[in-house]
Design a protein around this ligand. Sequence first.
Ligand code: PEP
Length: 259
Amino acid sequence: MFPESMRVRKIIGNWKMYKTIAEAKAFVASLAFVAINNPIHIGLAVPFTMIASAAEAARGTLIAIGAQNMSDEAEGPYTGEVSCQMIKDAGASFVIIGHSERRRLFQETDFIINRKVIRAVNSNMQTVLCIGETLEEYNQGVTKEVLKKQIMENLQAVTVEQMKLITLAYEPVWAIGTGQSATAEIAEHTHQFCRELIANKWGKNIADHLVIQYGGSVKPENAGGLLDQIDIDGFLVGGASLSLDSFTKIIQSQQIKVS
Ligand code: PEP
């Protein structure tokens, strides 16, 4: 599944609760040309309502379409919920789980997030697990403790084989949507810490191949410096992924690294 010598960079846009179906189709059609020239994984995590049309527009291109959330239940009387099978059926090839907005605004606990992760990997779904500390935790100097708890609890009972379906997204909550990105040094230090934790629990091979994305106010201006870091393998991009121009520039900032 993974190339032996390197991690393939992965840049995913998280559209949150923005855009219409028509806008999604037009965006994917234009992004397809950018994807052709960039040998990395490019994904868009779109609202549920546009997964099917975006996936249809992305058919035959190198763009993966994913969901931003899913239920921890398989099916049943859960009004308003959307299952893993449903997003797969609509054309999603990956799902974001544990985004800080889900944790903070929708009270998703580490336990619920673990249930979702298990549900996703048991369905063979590529899973982007978001972790990250709040500003208060950062200021208290407990970032490592917070991340360790999230990694161990959110990935509890995930097997070595299933870890191949996981992408980790380190997203310091204080950097999301604030315009204030972590410095490349802080992000790299944290990514290294996460990779070591993964190596200790699931083995060096899994850790060496695990894609760890950085997320939090990534823009064309700071993308290159972040990608210069050995353990930063790509991005989860919020605001800047809504504009074709800025998302394209972020994708193009990695070209130097792959060649
Ligand atoms: C996000 O929501 O995952 C994110 C990283 O947002 P932004 O890029 O806008 O900070």
